[in-house]
Design a protein around this ligand. Sequence first.
Ligand code: KG4
Ligand code: ZN
Length: 344
Amino acid sequence: RDEPLVLGIETSCDETGIGIVRGTTLLSNTIASSMDEHARYGGVVPEVAARAHLEALQPSIERAVAEAGIALSDLDAVAVTSGPGLSGALMIGVGAAKALAVSLEKPLYAVNHLVGHIAADLVAPDAERLELPTIALLVSGGHTSLLHVRDLTTDVELLGETIDDAAGEAFDKVARILGLPYPGGPEIDRAAVGGDPAAIRFPRGLSRASERERHRWDFSFSGLKTAVARWVEQRADSGDELPIADVAASFREAVVDVLVTKALDACSERGVPRLLLGGGVIANRRLRDVALERAADAGVAVRIPPLSLCTDNGAMIAALASQLIMDGRAPSTLAFGADSTLPV
Ligand code: KG4
Ligand code: ZN
């Protein structure tokens, strides 16, 4: 049995994720979310998230171990997200992982959350999983990043990321402007049904020629959010009814357009005919459809792992550590800490 049995702990945001993998086989992947506790604030509250992780970790580990049909003592290694993410939330996971590894006398692997999102596809249940090299687009409530992945454990290049709001955050903020509840992504999707995506031309952030030099692969969504707010205000002043379906569809189109355009430009400029999508915003039907359609025209193969592996989870962390072990890489020393801005 040279396939390592690894337990992964993910606590970078509002999901307490515990995943267990053996090599590239997924054994269990439990998620406890504190989303409901953040709903009335319209976004994740770091202190609330950290406290929720503290309460959820022990029962989540027990459940993941039971579902995998293993004993903790069977583990070959423990893995944990050390960053990037919310400091307090990360610290709870890192502390738990160290305690578990020390008490079991097993090696501990500290891994990067973004690289974990890509590694998630290693344990997807189907045959078409992760092929390298690939361009990866990761979009969630916490991040919007474009990466060029040549080797998962030695060569991951961050091409660009958002310079202000994450794409999911933009969905959440615009939902609020439209009077819709949190989380905003699914609400905007519902509101956009029957809307005309071309009704209002909202700005595509960082797409102008003058911005392309410095921010070729970066994203910006705060100007878009402001544009929607201003449009809604002006409409309210005019006394006309708000065409909510058109606003939602047009906003969503602006986000999707800029994400897909930059991702496919990266594929073509880097000569990489593959695009991997990840993160909770990938749940967006319109994003998937536009990506698949335009990628087909560009001769790019799009890979979308199952949604349970796209949103934050522990299996992706275990999968990455499992790969590190199979590549013969040494474990982390216990000296590492949580790093909210950990680079890839
Ligand atoms: O990866 P994820 O579950 O976790 C965090 O980032 O914490 O992503 C959650 C984000 C939220 O901002 C939510 O509004 C967004 O993903 N989201 C969506 C959709 N479903 C969830 N955004 C757009 N369309 C959706 N259907
Ligand atoms: Zn994430």
